[in-house]
Design a binder for this molecule. Structure first.
Ligand code: NAP
Length: 288
């Protein structure tokens, strides 16, 4: 069994990106900048935002975090986004999800200018991806693709994606279809998921339920990407992060598997930084 290690892969991709950012600064005097908008005090979101900020600085991307009150009105948030849409010094805008319930997330993601939409969640960017003409590819799906592409060929492979969210499952299904895989997208109303998975070459789990994928769902040639992030409380009160796959048992039965933590998470952050770099160049028509 091989471990598809997102930490090692993202470290090497971040190094390459850092070199490209250095060249962009040297040759074009451009240092891309990212603004992350965080509404409220969700502790998981704050942790993700801190990790993103740290990695951005490491590779050489300027990153600003804008912290807004949980009770902010939708209109006010829309005008904050508009301000960053208009600022010529900002290359990427990310609004950390989930947002408080009184705010319509669709309106917010659609407010971000598609030329600064580093998460790729604007409906126009999702539409372009679905049409096979991507502008920005959402970070987690792109990270999953890089992991798979590093490990195997996708052309003609049967891929089952479990979970049809707008941020992971659906965009990943478009991306892998564009890359010539044969994709089955299943969800909570699907029937026979276990059988579909056991007959697949690749399984991507994006559900949000610990130990969901069992060892009798896979075969010795299965390649598994585990997107899930679930926090479990141990008996002694400590917290443990696990994915959606029963890792200890499943990893003994398959060809390859990505761990949690150290799998899709660091790749998602790499893709956020890559998207910021690519958008900074695109906005200025720098083609190399
Ligand atoms: P989500 O919006 O809650 O979507 C979960 C999906 O799983 C839904 O499509 C749902 O089906 C499906 N599902 C739920 N129960 C199921 C069942 N019993 N059988 C089959 N499908 C079932 O979640 P998400 O935002 O996509 O995130 C999924 C997981 O990935 C979470 O653990 C999240 O924390 C993690 N995540 C990780 C990263 C990363 O960077 N590593 C990034 C994003 C998300 P329905 O549509 O029918 O309800």
């Amino acid at each position: 069994m091989k471990i598809i290690n997102g930490k090692i892969l993202s470290d090497s991709l971040n190094k390459k990106l850092s070199k490209n950012l250095f060249l962009l600064k040297k040759e074009n005097s451009i240092s891309p900048s990212l603004v992350v908008i965080l509404v409220g005090n969700n502790s998981a979101s704050s942790l993700y935002v801190r990790n993103k900020e740290k990695k951005a600085l490491e590779v050489g991307i300027k990153s600003y975090v804008v912290r807004l009150d949980e009770k902010i009105k939708e209109e006010e948030l829309l005008s904050v986004i508009q301000e960053y849409n208009e600022r010529s010094d900002i290359d990427g805008i990310l609004v950390q999800l989930p947002l408080p319930l009184h705010i319509n997330s669709d309106k917010i993601t659609d407010k971000i200018n598609i030329e600064k939409d580093v998460d790729g969640f604007n409906s126009k960017n999702i539409g372009l991806l679905a049409l096979g003409r991507p502008n920005v590819i959402p970070c987690t799906p792109l990270g999953c693709y890089f992991m798979l592409d590093h490990f195997t060929t996708l052309k003609g492979k049967n891929v089952t994606i479990i979970g049809r969210s707008n941020i992971v499952g659906k965009p990943l299904s478009y991306l892998l279809t564009n890359k010539n895989a044969t994709v089955t997208l299943v969800h909570s109303k699907s029937l026979n998921i276990k059988k579909i998975c056991s007959e697949s070459d690749i399984i991507v789990a994006a559900i949000g339920k610990p130990n969901f994928i069992k060892k009798n769902w896979v075969n010795k040639n299965s390649i598994i990407i585990d997107v899930g992030i679930n926090v479990l409380k141990e008996k002694d009160g400590t917290k443990k992060i696990v994915g959606d796959v029963d890792y200890l048992k499943v990893s003994k039965e398959v060809k390859a598997i990505s761990p949690v933590p150290g799998g899709v998470g660091p790749m998602t952050i790499h893709c956020l930084l890559l998207n910021t770099y690519l958008l900074a160049k695109k906005r200025r028509n720098i083609l190399h």
